[in-house]
Design a protein around this ligand. Structure first.
Ligand code: ATP
Ligand code: MG
Length: 137
């Protein structure tokens, strides 16, 4: 089995959607093996999203990610990285397939409700950003 890092973003926690989003993961066969709610500082959001530091939306992205609570979680399952990205839907909710989290809940390309790791190496790094091995069960 594989693990991936998921974040329920501030637009979604603000609209009280954590349970509905978690149900989508569980319905897809992904198991939530670690989960915590926290508020990132803008500096921490910038560290997490440092691959996007040179992108024009970096300031908007990090301000948004620090604007309210997030729920960081580790999802586990067969092909969890790809499966999670399938359940999330396209980055821009306008392009997301119906039934996906972003099609149902996201408000815009910036405020798009969830993050998911995109490859095994980034999943490993992103999981370690939030969790120790002891916290993943
Ligand atoms: P994530 O990494 O959050 O799972 P993603 O992999 O679908 O999303 P990326 O290209 O990695 O998309 O972009 C990271 C995040 O940056 C997006 O989820 C979105 O919140 C934000 N973002 C991407 N493109 C834009 C844009 N054009 N304008 C504003 N924000 C954007
Ligand atoms: Mg990404």
């Amino acid at each position: 089995t594989e693990r991936t890092l998921s974040i329920i973003k501030p637009d979604a926690t603000g609209r009280n959607l954590t349970g509905k989003i978690n149900a989508k993961f569980e319905d897809a066969g992904l198991r939530i093996v670690a989960q915590k709610r926290l508020q990132l500082t803008k500096a921490q959001a910038g560290e997490f999203y440092k691959v996007h530091a040179e992108r024009p939306f970096f300031d908007e992205l990090t301000t948004f990610m620090a604007s309210g609570p997030v729920v960081a979680q580790v999802l586990e399952g067969e092909g969890a990285i790809a499966k999670n990205r399938e359940v999330m839907g396209a980055t821009n909710p306008a392009d997301a397939e119906s039934g996906t989290i972003r099609a149902e809940f996201a408000e815009s390309v910036g405020e798009n409700s969830v993050h998911g790791s995109d490859a095994p190496d980034t999943a490993k790094e992103e999981i370690a950003f939030f969790f120790s091995e002891l916290e993943i069960v």
